[in-house]
Design a protein around this ligand. Sequence first.
Ligand code: ADP
Ligand code: MG
Length: 319
Amino acid sequence: MTSNAPAPNANADTNADGAAASLKASVLVEALPYIRRFAGKTVVVKYGGNALAGTSDHDALALFAEDIVLMRLVGMRPIVVHGGGPQISALMARLGKEPEFLDGLRITDAETVDIARMVLKGQVNPQLVAAINVHGRFAVGISGVDAGLIRATARDEKLGFVGDVTQINPELIHGLIDDEFIPVIATIGSDETGQAYNINADTVAGAIAEAIGAEKLVYLTDIEGLRRDVADATSLIRQATADELDELVAEGIIAGGMIPKVASCTHAVRNGVHRAHILDGRIAHVLLLEVFTDAGIGTMVMQHRDEPTLDQPLEGALS
Ligand code: ADP
Ligand code: MG
């Protein structure tokens, strides 16, 4: 009986502290091979406008900023590309302008592209930059107009100033990451006459990841990953090749806001980006979980299933 007697409180506390400390230590040790593997590697992270909207936006934003700064401090080169659809709709509503959509794309007249530019470059972008720079002098906010980063052309006259990317000129990004800054990019592009276009942030993230030869392309969204059946939360697809995703698109399983993400993932992994991920941005520290732990999370996209698993730690990496 005595052996089952409760330990004195002091010992219980010491044991609990010890267990917590050893858990923390094991988490750090688990991260080491990943830190080694990804040191110096570039990761493009697309942060959705939905993740920023809503009442708890500041908490989510602060957690996201911590993840990005941690990645940078362990030697990775993160690049943030952001959207802002809900915020654009909100300012349009305040100005008494009704948002109109055609096949899921916002019809963007001259006034709307001005509003989009104001919101993305004047509101959302500095919010992200400021949240990251709470931790130091890391982030620099730019738009696709700066140094001709994103050249665009009209997608369809009916949509107005909705742009398609014609060219990425990544010199400015290379300069910033070589100087150890974190570029935070608002997805406004311009054509050769200087006309501004609003461009889908998913598409821009993929195009930039390809242009700079990123190791990873990561989408943070508002669902746990790709679902085989969008109505069934248990149907998460954990891994898929580009060819498998093409089939899902052809079958109509990928819809709405997932279409540009999946198209960018498949294009990117076929053009030199090693891995693309679709993750749930509502999970606290989801970026750290994906990059630095053994836990597979969300959906991972690769070019071929039989290639070596680059996301696994190197054998004997610590020896
Ligand atoms: P974001 O702001 O991150 O771009 P979107 O709303 O544009 O978010 O895209 C994510 C949405 O795509 C999900 O919330 C979901 O409703 C929708 N979706 C469509 N098809 C699928 C699918 N097969 N699996 C998961 N989500 C899907
Ligand atoms: Mg979207």
